[in-house]
Design a protein around this ligand. Structure first.
Ligand SMILES: [Zn+2]
Length: 246
């Protein structure tokens, strides 16, 4: 069902692309990567679960052109083989096309919201509930409030800390007033309804991106630096991110 958001025509999410680095985070079947000529060719080459890294030659640090020409049709293979090299060795990144001039212009708030959504849909944010499911930890309690299970919806929407931040920003957005308590659904509608040519829409999404980012960073600081969650500091961080960018 979530696949639809990547297929929505004219949605900038649908135009997102991978910027290839090491290639190990991008599955060959990934919709944001070049589609294989046919799925069978991947099975045949035992690349069913392969990543883009498998298309690289580890000794020369170059693309494996023979393999690429086998898996992809001519046009795709040419496009892949002409991909710039300086990005190799870096972390794979999803980039979000933005401007109508065709340049890749990354608006941070938009990028953050989209990246959060991307992570949730494809990798899962490592909330405590998720970590407990994988038996990495046993205590699922939200470290920020200590009262509920740390699910995505709790951490970013219903936790009192999250509510205070949503309420505290200029818009006075109250999370319980949004028509959903499902973070993924809500983010999905935010992105889909965002008119990327509207300054106001981008401003709102930037603010929301700043809030999500700040909540996640605060939560990580509580865990890793043993700091108390500080609402005033978090609100200042959101303001700073809105003005100065990330
Ligand atoms: Zn909480």
């Amino acid at each position: 069902m979530w696949k639809n958001i990547w297929q929505t025509r004219n949605s900038s999410v649908a135009q997102a692309k991978w910027q290839v680095g090491k290639g190990d985070s991008i599955r060959l079947r990934d919709s944001l990567w070049y589609k294989p000529r046919n799925a069978d060719s991947l099975d045949h080459l035992q690349l069913r679960y392969g990543t883009v890294k498998d298309l690289m030659d580890p000794t020369s640090g170059n693309w494996n052109s023979e393999l690429i020409n086998t898996v992809h049709n001519r046009l795709e293979a040419e496009a892949i083989l002409s991909t710039a090299f300086p990005k190799f060795g870096n972390i794979d990144k999803v980039i979000w096309p933005f401007s109508s001039s065709g340049e890749y212009q990354v608006k941070h708030g938009y990028k953050i919201v989209s990246t959060f959504l991307w992570k949730i849909l494809h990798c899962g944010l490592p909330t405590r509930t998720e970590l407990a499911k994988k038996q990495i930890i046993t205590d699922e309690t939200c470290v920020v409030c200590g009262k509920s299970q740390e699910t995505l919806d709790h951490l970013f929407m219903s936790c009192h800390f999250a509510r205070a931040i949503w309420y505290g920003v200029a818009q006075g957005l109250r999370t319980h007033l949004t028509n959903t308590t499902d973070l993924v659904n809500w983010m999905k509608s935010q992105i889909e309804n965002c008119n990327i040519k509207s300054h106001r829409d981008i401003e709102i999404l930037t603010e929301q991106g700043a809030i999500l980012w700040t909540i996640w960073k605060t939560r990580n600081r509580v865990i890793f630096e043993k700091l108390e969650p500080d609402i005033h500091q978090a609100l200042r961080t959101v303001q700073r991110l809105k003005v100065n960018g990330y």
